[in-house]
Design a protein. Structure first.
Length: 302
């Protein structure tokens, strides 16, 4: 009996720890960028969608922006082509664009289905719908043409706002519409999530991917940083420790914070319930980038 009581008390303690966060973020817009292994592993996929459903049911207003890069690459290979990337961006010719749009819309509707299974109304849209994501052709250093890859120039929030106002979770596919040629463009999901979070003045933006967070020493897992201010993030970038895919992610984090997003979280989507652990516990499990004057929930070394 004593063991049962201890277990109940532990669960009660978890709920009590979560209470101030639930109260603080009630009614606030939360943007979740969903990608990486959490999209391809069925168990993780169910875990993430349950987490988002819970965020909705405790009073938050989540928006899901998803990727689908691994699935796109699989179908590009099946079509007889070899996926090609430049500076982390997919080279997207006409054929690849058609594959990407097909795959991303399929992924989109699957996510809607999972949300509905968890008792939460959801609606899938792509950036072309209502001109939600207007883009221009993305140029990269060196002049290499990477095809139909778009850089977001404007976010029209009308459809997203309408869905939220009607208690429906928007699930956004990162396909954009050319502002001049009205062509279909592939948009990096991180960039799309940042642009939407900025336009919606979101309270939180969470990146779910295949990285644990930001490490002071990339080779030492014990050096995970729980919180960084914008100033500290800039210093970290200048230190040269933000290599690989972390550099553009941190740059996006800074841009989002400076555009009004309160907190940006970098989380390991391979960890079950990482969203809940980060949002509802004092320390969390990933890295939070916060504005320089924001309240800090956890200070390293204290």
């Amino acid at each position: 009996m004593a063991d049962y009581i201890d277990s109940w008390l532990e669960k009660a303690g978890i709920l009590i720890e979560a209470l101030p966060y639930i109260r603080e973020f009630n009614g606030k817009i939360i943007v979740v960028k969903y990608g990486g292994s959490a999209m391809t592993d069925p168990a993780l996929r169910r875990s993430v969608i349950r987490d988002v459903a819970l965020l909705k049911l405790v009073g938050m207003k989540p928006i899901i922006v998803h990727g689908g890069g691994k699935e796109i690459s699989k179908w590009v290979k099946l079509s007889g082509q070899t996926p090609e990337f430049v500076n982390g961006l997919r080279v997207t010719d006409q054929n690849t664009m058609e594959i990407a749009e097909m795959v991303l819309n399929k992924v989109n509707k699957h996510l809607v289905q999972y949300m509905e299974q968890n008792g939460v109304a959801a609606c899938g849209i792509c950036g072309k719908d209502g001109g939600t994501l207007m883009v221009r052709k993305k140029e990269i250093p060196g002049g290499r043409d990477i095809g139909y890859v778009g850089e977001v120039t404007k976010v029209n929030t009308k459809i997203i706002d309408t869905l939220i106002a009607n208690d429906i979770v928007p699930v956004v596919c990162p396909i954009g519409l050319g502002e001049e040629d009205f062509h279909t463009y592939n948009v990096n999901a991180d960039d799309a999530a940042c642009a939407i979070a900025e336009a919606e003045h979101a309270e939180k933006l969470a990146f779910l991917s295949d990285i644990e967070g930001v490490y002071r020493d990339p080779h030492d897992p014990s050096t995970l940083i729980s919180e960084l201010s914008v100033e500290e993030t800039r210093a970290f970038i200048e230190s040269g420790n933000a290599g690989g895919g972390m550099l553009p992610k941190l740059t996006n984090c800074i841009a989002a914070i400076e555009s009004g997003v309160s907190r940006v979280h970098i989380l390991d989507g391979r960890v079950e319930h990482s969203l809940l652990l980060e949002f509802f516990t004092d320390r969390g499990i990933g890295t939070a980038i916060i504005s320089d004057n924001a309240k800090r929930y956890y200070n390293e070394g204290k």
